[in-house]
Design a protein around this ligand. Structure first.
Ligand SMILES: Cc1cc2nc3c(=O)[nH]c(=O)nc-3n(C[C@H](O)[C@H](O)[C@H](O)COP(=O)(O)OP(=O)(O)OC[C@H]3O[C@@H](n4cnc5c(N)ncnc54)[C@H](O)[C@@H]3O)c2cc1C
Length: 513
């Protein structure tokens, strides 16, 4: 059997692409390594609790719902806004609010910085105004033939001056803009990282981040993120395409510079006119293909580009009436006990200073009340960690040294104790605990070194590829879809995965029809 398109991976990027092509009458085969669709956009069960494998909520809900209704999904889809709070040093604020409100609140807390805040917010808001719909009109994001709506947007809103300013912001280091106006380190770090880290982004990426946080908002869909994955899988199957679960692709076959098909784990060859890889670009080009199939320069860039780091994630089932949640005023709380103190990453939990790290606490059952039994809550603690910290415990795929379990459990308990400062009673109220590390995200999430996304936050890497989207590749008839098909943040994880899936589908349709 030969297919029009083979999609490698059934994450949201692969599923979106396959569902759109199926609705247009193409015969698509989706091959997924795992035993469920959705990749990291899915849930798992532990005892009486359910927890998310990756995304907790996402941005651009308007884009996501219009894409889903274009696929014929008519069931009502509602979104719940998720809010974000930071507790760090003297700072305690909910910051997912309109820029004007945030500026006023910060000026109250830092009266000596009021003028600087005014000037900084003016520059930030100018940038936010120009980029909010960037994916609809900027040449870096427009790969396909424009729809009549896009033509209209480009004609009325696109201008050389707008493009020039965006280029200049993408080359401006956000730390330089902040230090022009502000002195207080905690404030500079907060505005420059939306947390407690030092500013590392370009001013453009910072404006995109603040636009997502303060204007677009971050939301949770009534179907659940896993529910979106399930519905996309249904569209694929109902439309006559195929989704094979538990079927890893071993190799993408390229002949004379053109993708011809794939070899599956059982050594079968399956041919197709197009291949869309939903695996990350390092896996796609460095592991699934013969090196000679791709130009050396491109391969080098793929190999050298850093991805974001990974994380330690502690899933907790807790007795609701035994903890004090009064300091938590939003679904997501970021907490850093000792901001500004150097992080220690020495192996061994005793030497590890978790107080200096920024810890996210998510009240998961705010979004999914049915994911815990009555009287209990599902809480998630996440903290950034490098893969290298855990690498010594991995002896093979899904294989660990005997010390691994005790180490990750001790680390998780240490994290719970740090969080107990702001959620009293947490350790005693915990009825269930599950721990994921960068090794989990590598072996179960199939993420390169457990990474969360395929870009670096650092300003110095932003133009490595000379363009933002990597959907088109140097191999003919091979496209990428998914979060790793963006070399820089632009819409946030879930919408980026779906948007790149949509772009891959439209590039195929333009060539086919
Ligand atoms: C821990 C974590 C937290 C996150 N939190 C958020 C969040 O809060 N909000 C947000 O918007 N985003 C978040 N993200 C990013 C999130 O993963 C994406 O937004 C979205 O799920 C990405 O979808 P995708 O299709 O790009 O990739 P994936 O979900 O990774 O899907 C790729 C699929 O390809 C399959 N695959 C890979 N190689 C092969 C192969 N050789 N053969 C067959 N199948 C293969 C994998 O098994 C997987 O199913 C998070 C990610 C992680 C890991």
């Amino acid at each position: 059997m030969r297919y029009d398109v083979i999609v490698v991976g059934a994450g949201l990027g692969g599923l979106t692409c396959a569902a759109l092509l199926t609705r247009k009458g193409l015969k698509v085969l989706v091959l997924e390594k795992d035993h469920h669709p959705g990749g990291t956009s899915y849930v798992f069960q532990r005892g009486a609790f359910k927890f998310p494998m990756g995304p907790l909520s996402f941005s651009y809900p308007g884009y996501v719902s219009s894409l889903l209704s274009s696929l014929g999904l008519k069931e009502p889809l509602e979104f719940r806004r998720n809010h974000f709070q930071l507790i760090a040093g003297d700072l305690d604020l909910v910051y997912s609010v309109a820029p004007k409100e945030l500026k006023q609140e910060l000026a109250r807390k830092f009266p000596r910085e009021a003028d600087g805040l005014e000037a900084f917010f003016q520059e930030l808001q100018q940038a936010m105004k120009l980029i909010y719909d960037i994916y609809l009109w900027h040449p870096d994001y427009l790969l396909e033939k424009l729809s009549p709506l896009q033509e209209k947007v480009v004609q009325t809103e696109y201008s050389e001056s707008r493009k020039t300013r965006i280029l200049s912001w993408s080359q401006t280091f956000s730390g330089d803009v902040l230090s022009k106006y502000l002195n207080n380190k905690l404030l500079v770090n907060f505005l420059g990282s939306i947390g407690t880290g030092e500013p590392v982004m370009s001013f453009l990426t910072l404006a995109m981040m603040w636009n997502i946080m303060a204007v677009e908002g971050i939301w949770y869909p009534s179907w659940g993120i896993h529910g979106i994955s399930d519905r996309l899988a249904e569209i694929i199957r109902a439309g006559g395409s195929e989704l094979w679960l538990g079927m890893p692709v071993k190799r993408i076959v390229v002949e004379n510079g053109q993708a011809r098909g794939v070899v599956t784990a059982d050594d079968g060859f399956i041919g197709a006119d197009w291949i869309v890889s939903n695996a990350d670009s390092k896996t796609t080009f460095l592991e699934l293909m013969e090196p000679a199939a791709v130009m050396g320069e491109f391969l080098e860039k793929v190999g050298n580009t850093p991805y974001t780091g990974s994380e330690l994630c502690v899933y907790l089932g807790v007795e609701a009436n035994r903890i004090d949640l009064s300091r938590m005023r939003a679904t997501h709380l970021f907490y850093c006990a000792r901001p500004g103190q150097a992080e220690e990453n020495n192996p061994g939990t005793d030497g590890l200073n978790l107080e200096s790290k920024e810890i996210e606490v998510c009240r998961w059952t705010d979004n999914e009340p049915d994911h815990a039994p009555p009287g209990y809550l599902g809480l998630i603690l996440r903290v950034g960690f490098d893969y290298d910290h855990f690498a010594r415990f991995r002896t093979g795929e899904k294989k660990r040294t005997p010390e691994y379990r005790a180490y990750k459990t001790a680390l998780a308990l240490k994290l719970v104790r740090v969080v107990e400062t702001i959620i009293p009673g947490l350790a005693g109220a915990t009825a269930l605990m599950e721990v994921a590390t960068p090794l989990t995200y590598r072996d179960w999430g199939h993420r390169y070194q457990g990474s969360i996304a395929g870009w670096s936050w650092r300003a110095d890497w932003t133009r490595n590829f000379g363009r933002k989207l990597l959907v088109e590749t140097p191999v003919r008839n091979l496209l990428l879809a998914g979060i790793y098909a963006a070399s820089e943040l632009f819409m946030g994880g879930v919408p980026t995965a779906m948007r790149t899936g949509e772009l891959a589908a439209s590039l195929i349709l333009e060539n086919k029809i």
